[in-house]
Design a protein around this ligand. Structure first.
Ligand SMILES: CC(C)(COP(=O)(O)OP(=O)(O)OC[C@H]1O[C@@H](n2cnc3c(N)ncnc32)[C@H](O)[C@@H]1OP(=O)(O)O)[C@@H](O)C(=O)NCCC(=O)NCCS
Length: 156
C-alpha cells in the first residue's frame, strides 16, 4: 500500500516516515496548528508498534504532508494530518487519508475515529468526502483558541 502514486499527482508518493523526515514534518506541524505537537512526540511515535506515520513526498520538493494513525484492537484514530500550506488543495490530503484508511483496514480495524475543530471546514469536507460521519461533539476540546471538536467515525 505504500510508495503508491496519487492518481492526479504522479510526482507525489506516500511512504512510511523515517527519522530524517521529522524536521520537515515538524515544520509543517508548526505552520498548520496553533497548539502543535513537539518534535519529541513525533520521534517517539516512530518507535511505537501500533502507530503509523505516513509522509507525502514530492519527488522534487521533499516532504509536503503527513498523517499519523494509531490503533488498539479493532479501533483506530487518525491522530494528525497536515499538508504544507502552499501544496493544499491539490489532492495530497486525500491521498494521505486514503493510505491511512488502507493501513487501518490492513490491521483489521473496524472503526476509524478522529476529531476536527468545529471551524475547520476544509478538513471536515475532506473527511465527509471519504465517508466519515459525525457522532458527537467534544466541548472545549481545543485550546488556542478554545473550540469544540467534532468527533467523526468511518466504519471500515
Ligand atoms: C485539511 C488538509 C489536510 C487537507 O489537505 P489538502 O491536501 O488541502 O486536501 P485535498 O486537496 O485532498 O482536498 C480534499 C478536500 O478538502 C477540501 N478542501 C481542501 N482545501 C480546501 C480549502 N482551502 N477550502 C475548503 N475546502 C478545502 C475540499 O473539499 C477537497 O475536496 P474536493 O476534492 O471535493 O475539492 C489541509 O488543508 C491542511 O493541512 N490543513 C491544516 C491542518 C489541518 O487542519 N489538519 C486536519 C486536522 S483534523
Amino acid at each position: 500500500m505504500e510508495d503508491a502514486p496519487g492518481p492526479d499527482i504522479p510526482s507525489v508518493r506516500i511512504r512510511s516516515a523515517v527519522a530524517a523526515d521529522l524536521a520537515t514534518v515538524v515544520e509543517i506541524e508548526f505552520q498548520s496548528f496553533s497548539n502543535p505537537w513537539q518534535p519529541d512526540t513525533f520521534r517517539s511515535l516512530l518507535e511505537q508498534e501500533r502507530v503509523k506515520v505516513l509522509v507525502a513526498e514530492d519527488l522534487e520538493k521533499g516532504v509536503v504532508g503527513y498523517a499519523v494513525l494509531w490503533w488498539v484492537l479493532d479501533q483506530a484514530e487518525l491522530a494528525n494530518l497536515a499538508v504544507r500550506t502552499d501544496r493544499q488543495g491539490q489532492g495530497i490530503g486525500s491521498v494521505l487519508l486514503d493510505q491511512a484508511i488502507a493501513h487501518a483496514e490492513s490491521k483489521g480495524v473496524g472503526s476509524l475515529f478522529l476529531e476536527v475543530r468545529q471551524s475547520n471546514e476544509a478538513a471536515y469536507r475532506l473527511y465527509a468526502n471519504r465517508g466519515f460521519t459525525q457522532i458527537s461533539i467534544r466541548k472545549d476540546y481545543y485550546k488556542h483558541p478554545r473550540e469544540d471538536a467534532r468527533v467523526l467515525v468511518k466504519h471500515l
